[in-house]
Design a protein around this ligand. Structure first.
Ligand code: 13P
Length: 265
């Protein structure tokens, strides 16, 4: 099988439940322009709200910027009011989907088991996955960060065959760092990434673990991106708030491009 190149950074813009059709259109157009000189060196996706997906997909076409969705059902079809299936996402041009975001784990009470089912149906349908894991502040204070992440990643990847792992990216998003302006330090993030990589190694094998891209998420902004990306364990970022400003997201993309070129092959 072909593993993706883990040296290449992956930057995701999770727009969450923000914006209007007009604002989303403007932002997507600005990002297409900003991404043009970077498309050869960085992988990137944006995750607009569901109602704008198809429209934004049209704007992104041919730009290299991937279209992502923020959520997917664990079921294939049927009487699931309000849910959206993996097949539907694929059908309208979505390439990647966020699964296990802490906001969904907490606000929608998504369990580890449900998240595992979502990952399974997404990859078997042909979508790539941005799988989010991360601990609360309380769990960190209690020294449980690595155990919590291990539990989450093991459940999420349960039953996922090695051949599908090339389609899965991990986003380490410590919950206390999300939307707080208080990013994890590059060192703390790197420790968690290394521990997650060890978990993947235990679940699969060392070469797959080495090839899997692990992104950091939680208050990433233009000012802290460069120091985060200087950590070899970090292969990208999942950006919330700063992804809503074209100039900020473009700056983070440029930091990733520069970090890529300074890494050994
Ligand atoms: P912020 O960048 O706003 O902290 O959000 C991070 C996040 O949750 C991305 O999925």
């Amino acid at each position: 099988m072909t593993h993706h190149n883990s040296k290449r950074f992956f930057i995701g813009g999770n727009w969450k439940m923000n914006g209007t059709r007009e604002a989303a259109t403007l932002l997507a157009n600005e990002l297409v322009t900003a991404f043009e000189p970077l498309a050869m060196s960085v992988d990137a996706a944006i995750f607009p709200p569901f109602p704008y997906l198809q429209h934004i997909g049209g704007i992104l076409r041919g730009s290299g910027l991937m279209l992502g969705a923020q959520q997917v059902s664990a079921d294939a079809n049927g009487a699931f009011t309000g849910q959206v299936s993996a097949e539907m996402l694929l059908d309208i041009g979505v390439e990647i989907v966020i699964i296990g975001h802490s906001e969904c784990r907490q606000l929608l009470a998504e369990s580890d088991e449900l998240i595992g089912e979502k990952v399974a149906i997404a990859v078997s349908t042909g979508l790539s996955v941005m799988l989010c894991v991360g601990e609360t502040w309380q769990e960190r204070q209690a020294g449980h960060t690595e155990a919590v992440c291990r539990r989450q990643i093991s459940a999420a990847l349960k039953g996922i065959h090695l051949d599908h792992m090339g389609a899965i990216h991990i986003a380490y998003e410590p919950i206390w760092a999300i939307g707080t302006g208080r990013s994890a330090s590059p060192q703390d993030a790197a420790l968690s990434h290394a521990s997650l990589r060890k978990d993947i190694e235990d679940l699969y094998d060392p070469s797959l673990a080495a090839a899997t891209r692990i992104l950091y998420g939680g208050s990433v902004n233009p000012a802290n991106a460069t120091s985060l990306f200087a950590q070899p364990e970090i292969q990208g970022a999942l950006v919330g708030g700063a992804s809503l400003k074209a100039a900020d997201f473009a700056s983070i993309l440029r930091s990733a491009s520069q970090a890529t070129s300074s890494r050994p092959n």
